[in-house]
Ligand binder design. Sequence first.
Ligand SMILES: NC(=O)c1ccc[n+]([C@@H]2O[C@H](COP(=O)([O-])OP(=O)(O)OC[C@H]3O[C@@H](n4cnc5c(N)ncnc54)[C@H](O)[C@@H]3O)[C@@H](O)[C@H]2O)c1
Length: 319
Amino acid sequence: MRWLVTGANGFVGRALVRRLLSQGLPGGRALTQLAVTDFALDDDVADPRLLRLPGDLTQSATWADAFAAPLDGLFHLASVPGGTAEAQPALARAVNLDATQALLDQCRAQVERGGVAPRLVFASTIAVYGAALPPEVNDHTPAAPHMVYGAHKLMAEIAVAHASRRGWLDGVSLRLPGVLVRPPAPTGQLSAFMSDFIRELAQGRSFECPTSPGATTWASSLPGVVDNLLHAAVVDAARLPPSRSLLLPTLRFSMAELAEAIARVCAVPAPARVRWSPDERIEALFGRFPPLRTDAAERAGFVSDGDGETLVRRSLALS
Ligand SMILES: NC(=O)c1ccc[n+]([C@@H]2O[C@H](COP(=O)([O-])OP(=O)(O)OC[C@H]3O[C@@H](n4cnc5c(N)ncnc54)[C@H](O)[C@@H]3O)[C@@H](O)[C@H]2O)c1
């Protein structure tokens, strides 16, 4: 089995690569080679199966390197995040849309050379739903992105489904919620405050939160997201909807509830250490998430973190 991870040096990519090397794919499917690509790649993992292919995915040479030998599957994680995409839509298009299309073209060429249609796990986003969410989000909720990032991800999902129908690849698009806890670095992610909230409060420090305490949001822990990406690598296509897109099982909680869960897990007075300073834009983007139902993904075997305390523990790598 030869697999590729794009965006391998990113927040999710680094965790996914480590899990793939330590555990392989679910079901005991061993990897013979794991090709990884990003602008630059850390060399802190030594493994003979790892093939580092540093490069820019907007350049065809990077894709040619990645597909130099046939691929059984790919995780496509490389992306320009939401805040940067809004500020630099041309860059966002080049990476989030055009480079994804280049990837699909490579998969098609592999099939036309007589190779297998590779499994493609595409990291999409809940940003495809836009800002004006209905009272419940479920498998029938129409996507209506209102920002560049969500629009490009939705276009890419449609391209993945189309290419799957044509037999050029076997795609699964996962609509990820905010993933916790990111390391503290300026990343262009508008939702970064949620990671800061958990990290700072867990350390017993105070935190100025740009939402109200009642702001309700959706999120998953990094290990939980990696579990679901790995499941997507092996899930039977017959269990997927024709759109090939799934809203992942995801916890919904208020920021006040999150502070209480941190207090219980870390034995710190987290609720008392939050100063609530709602920013209308952040509250509108991340603080008004309604209840969600994820029947299709649950039927296909995807899972959430389960409860707030588990989310906090797993996000902080405490379990
Ligand atoms: N982290 C989240 O909360 C979240 C939420 C929803 C969806 N997602 C999606 O999950 C995926 C992974 O997220 P993440 O948090 O790890 O993102 P990240 O920004 O940490 O990592 C993305 C990686 O893509 C690389 N990249 C960007 N442009 C590139 C290019 N032209 N050529 C080569 N590499 C390039 C970056 O260098 C970076 O390392 C992304 O597709 C993101 O849209 C993430």
